[in-house]
Ligand binder design. Structure first.
Ligand code: A2P
Length: 264
């Protein structure tokens, strides 16, 4: 059945794909047109999908572009038999995809109490919401220092984040401020690299803080956002709790917030 003959759920609209980039055999990103009425807060996610055999298949995806941009970027893994990603990976510019009308999420600045330094801990595609936040001027209005960590299995998996950070100095809104206030800390777990190890191990050993030239996590001035697998979130959360940080939400801002990276 063609898309035209379908009655779409009211919660979604169709938008054209503008570009697709394949980073590795397992990772790709796509950019879609942003409907004029679509508003979101940096760090939020939205449903994204396709019509498959006459039915919409939708998954939650963090929006990786800044909230002022006229396109919407997404960063995805390719799951071999995944109902959505095994198909979404083949989209081409001009194809139509489904986009939810209502973005939401907890990785937003409003869910954090006031602080001095913001840590953004990510693994894999969990860097996506932070790709939005590091390009939002409000992030630097609220925090004096921003530390973005990205841990992946291999060096090639870091490329999306490395390109993002390399392009920041040319960013029209945050270029100047980000170059002095953002620290990017990539690490890999299954290859040689300047930084080797899981973020949890780097925190526990103190290596992360030594490399950054700071003492350690401080529950008064440090605020944290975590995005990765369930296991990564729960292990990192335990370390933050042990350091005295408390979880926040949109309704009750706290010292840290978490969100699961898209996986299916
Ligand atoms: P590792 O290679 O030691 O499993 P994945 O591709 O499986 O989502 O993993 C992305 C990155 O997250 C990998 O570097 C992986 O390390 C790391 N990781 C996996 N589980 C955890 C965890 N429980 N805590 C911290 N990092 C993790």
């Amino acid at each position: 059945m063609g898309v035209q003959s379908l009655v779409l759920p009211q919660s979604v609209v169709q938008v054209p794909v503008q570009s697709v980039h394949h980073w590795t055999d397992e990772l790709f990103s796509l950019r879609v047109a942003r409907p004029a009425s679509f508003r979101f807060r940096s760090g939020e996610f939205v449903m994204l999908g396709l019509i498959v055999e006459g039915r919409p298949i939708l998954r939650a995806y963090s929006i990786a572009s800044p909230s002022w941009d006229d396109g919407l970027d997404f960063f995805s893994i390719k799951v071999k038999d995944g109902p959505l990603t095994s198909r979404l990976r083949h989209v081409k510019p001009g194809d139509q995809v489904l986009l939810g009308r209502k973005p939401t999420g907890t990785l937003v600045l409003d869910a954090l109490k006031h602080g001095d330094r913001l840590f953004l801990f990510s693994t894999g595609t969990g860097i996506a919401p932070f790709a939005s936040l590091v390009r939002d001027p409000e992030t630097y209005e609220k925090f004096h220092e921003v530390v973005l960590t990205h841990t992946c299995r291999g060096v090639k998996d870091l490329q999306y984040g490395a390109n993002l950070v390399a392009a920041l100095p040319q960013d029209p809104l945050v270029g100047e401020i980000a170059s002095t206030r953002l620290t990017y800390y990539p690490s890999v777990t299954r290859e040689d690299h300047v930084h080797v190890g899981r973020i949890t191990g780097l925190i526990e050993s103190g290596r992360l803080f030594r490399d950054l030239g700071i003492l350690g996590l401080d529950s008064v001035g440090d605020r944290v956002m975590i995005c990765g697998s369930m296991a990564m979130i729960s292990d990192t959360r335990a370390l933050l709790e042990a350091a005295g940080l408390r979880e926040g939400s949109n309704a009750a801002p706290g010292d840290y917030v978490v969100e699961k990276a898209f996986v299916g």
